[in-house]
Design a protein around this ligand. Structure first.
Ligand code: GTP
Length: 600
């Protein structure tokens, strides 16, 4: 098929505006999927994704569409993840396209990720087709949303398509607009191979598989490829595309989107954003924009009683084959024993990894509170230490010239009645206001620079509560800034528990210390002896609590009572023990390690 019959596009939207539903409709309309298959939710293949209703891994689907001009077009729909943790993947997916469908919910209007994704598409010079979805809903306000699209995004109202992915309204118009408005890819089949990797996954039969967009050249099984960033070479075993099933093709050529399998054992060898070329006749210039995955958030993962360190190591190794974005290395904690320090793209990514390790790899783990990477510059040597674990943070700041922490630019979009609440929240989070603007008479957009550590704490929940769910936000990393940070130690019966120590801004240290000792008092089970909890900076105790000793046996109050109730109590106790870690003679439950996160 000639290049002018190919169209490559993504759907970009705020979470829940209907991206997956629209994708399904397009597949159905073009006959790529039947109604029954559609029900199986083809684009979201992972269990957890389905349960949480979010898209984590993107994929690329090829469909054939017979347009009204009588011609058949090859459309590649490239899926993009919908969460801020994966924003680099979004930008790479968009780099593989010539156009994007910008989907806006007719009842919600423009939200934070609509704007963030819009700008990512503009950066890639994509043709943007604005679509207002969910017009079937009684609360739909298409006119208000059209006005927002005009005023905020600067797109003409004539270009807006009204649709309902659910009811199948506007689907043909969308497909026609893809064919008519999005330009075909440019590229030379006879030039050296230049392909962009925008996604990868591990397939038990094919090994690590790369999803690619070919800009130049062609590729077939048997070719020897080279990855630009590492120089590693592989022999291609299979090329193909999702239709939406993985389907083998003879070759991929310039303009195409598809997959490559090359007996690659580890998904980490396939770096998103990297360029694939031929070993024999390589391209001179890679596709611009590559950067290695950079974890922003770190936490300790330790086995609990039921799991050994070796089992955890095996599970992590197997898991990491599937997830190129995590990094991990062994660490040992006096309190928790042998475990791993694991780096994640963000908090959602961390939750996903935790859940999958337990569910799919059968290990029982304790996770310490997440922290960002701090930079500590030493006074005399000028050496810069990257602190990934609070226990490595120096106690004696006399030898330190400066401490820095990562900052993000947060964009919040909120109905104007909540703007006061949001501003107050951003201030409490040590934010500095950068912008304040009205998107329309009822909607405000705020921009703040805020330390990332404050955003990962409880920003999400707070924004949602303070705006009754109506505000949305997005953020991007902007760099490191100096900050007055101190390390807070937690001591249990006078002994410091390294896994509970954390870094906090000096102004907040007292308040946080108090909250945390109170939280620990609630979460640590009582024992036959008194437990003493203290929070200290350096050698100075700034907050403390005591847990009174237990007098009676837990089952004593059931004495003479119902035997099943007694059994239940014992079972409950056993259940609780699963996620406990012994510290001396004190049992610390999982919640204790997360108490550092408690801010109220
Ligand atoms: P993420 O994958 O989390 O980014 O969400 P999404 O944008 O893919 O949204 P999804 O397609 O899962 O739709 C979110 C919700 O909106 C679902 O409950 C859909 O059934 C519903 N929905 C999607 N399109 C329409 C529509 O046109 N009309 C109505 N009434 N509901 C819709």
């Amino acid at each position: 098929m000639s290049l002018d019959k190919v169209r490559n596009f993504s759907i970009i939207a705020h979470v829940d505006h209907g991206k997956s539903t629209l994708a399904d409709r397009l597949l159905e309309f073009t006959g790529a999927v039947t109604e029954r298959e559609r029900k199986e939710q083809l684009l979201d293949t992972l269990d957890i994704e389905r349960e949480r209703g979010i898209t984590i891994k993107m994929q690329a689907v090829r469909m054939l569409y017979k347009a009204k001009d009588g011609e058949t077009y090859k459309l590649h729909l490239i899926d993009t993840p919908g969460h801020v943790d994966f924003s680099y993947e979004v930008s790479r997916a968009l780099a593989a396209c010539e156009g994007a469908l910008l989907l806006v919910d007719a009842t919600q209007g423009i939200e934070a990720q609509t704007v963030a994704n819009f700008w990512k598409a503009v950066e890639q010079d994509l043709v943007i087709i604005p679509i207002i979805n969910k017009i079937d809903l009684p609360a739909a306000e298409p006119e208000r949303v059209i006005k927002q699209i005009e005023d905020i995004l600067g797109l003409p109202r004539e270009e807006v398509i009204l649709a309902s992915a659910k009811e199948g309204i506007g689907i043909e118009e969308i497909l026609e607009s893809i064919v008519q408005r999005i330009p075909p890819p440019k590229g030379k089949v006879d030039a050296p191979l230049k392909a962009l990797i925008f996604d990868s996954y591990y397939d038990p039969y094919r090994g690590a598989v790369a999803f690619v967009r070919l800009f130049d050249g062609e590729l077939k099984a048997g070719d020897r490829i080279k990855l630009f960033s590492t120089g590693k070479e592989y022999e291609v075993t299979e090329v193909g595309a999702q239709t939406p099933k993985m389907t083998k093709f003879d070759k991929l050529e310039a303009g195409d989107v598809g997959y490559i399998a090359a007996s690659i054992k580890d998904v980490r060898d396939i770096r998103i954003g990297d360029t694939v070329t031929l070993a024999k006749n390589p391209t001179k210039e890679p596709v611009p924009g590559f950067r290695p995955a950079k974890p922003m958030v770190f936490a300790g993962i330790y086995p609990t009683e039921d799991t050994t360190f070796e089992e955890l190591r095996d599970a992590l190794e197997k898991y990491a084959i599937n997830d190129a974005a995590i990094v991990y290395e062994p660490e040992s904690s006096p309190a928790l024993g042998m475990g791993f320090r694991v780096g994640f793209l963000g908090l959602l990514h961390m939750e996903i990894v935790q859940e999958r390790l337990e569910r799919e790899y059968g290990v029982k783990i304790i996770t310490t509170a997440p922290n960002v990477i701090y930079r500590v510059k030493r006074k005399h040597s000028g050496e810069i230490l990257e602190v990934r674990n609070p226990s490595e943070f120096p106690d004696n700041l006399g030898l330190v010239e400066r401490v820095e922490e990562p900052y993000v630019l947060v964009t919040v979009i909120t109905p104007k009645e909540y703007v006061g609440n949001i501003m107050q929240l951003c201030q409490e989070k040590r934010g500095e206001q950068k912008k304040f603007s009205y998107l329309d008479e009822n909607t405000t957009m705020l921009e703040y620079e805020i330390p990332l550590s404050e955003v990962i704490l409880d920003f999400h929940d707070k924004v949602k509560t303070l705006s009754r769910g109506f505000a949305s936000y997005d953020y991007e990393f902007i760099g490191y800034k100096p900050s007055d940070l101190v390390k807070l130690h937690i001591l249990i019966n006078k002994k410091p528990v390294d896994a509970l120590s954390f870094i906090v801004h000096r102004d907040k240290a007292y308040r946080r210390a108090r909250l945390i000792v109170e939280k620990l008092k609630e979460t640590i089970p009582r024992q036959l002896f008194e437990i003493h909890i203290q929070a200290a900076i350096g050698g100075k105790v700034i907050a403390s609590e005591r847990i009174k000793p237990l007098r009676a046996n837990v089952t004593a109050k059931c004495y003479g009572g119902d035997i099943t109730r007694k059994k239940k109590l014992l079972e409950k106790q056993k259940e609780g023990k699963k996620r406990m870690k012994q510290f001396g003679n004190v049992s610390l439950p999982q919640e204790a390690f997360l108490s550092v996160l408690s801010v109220e």
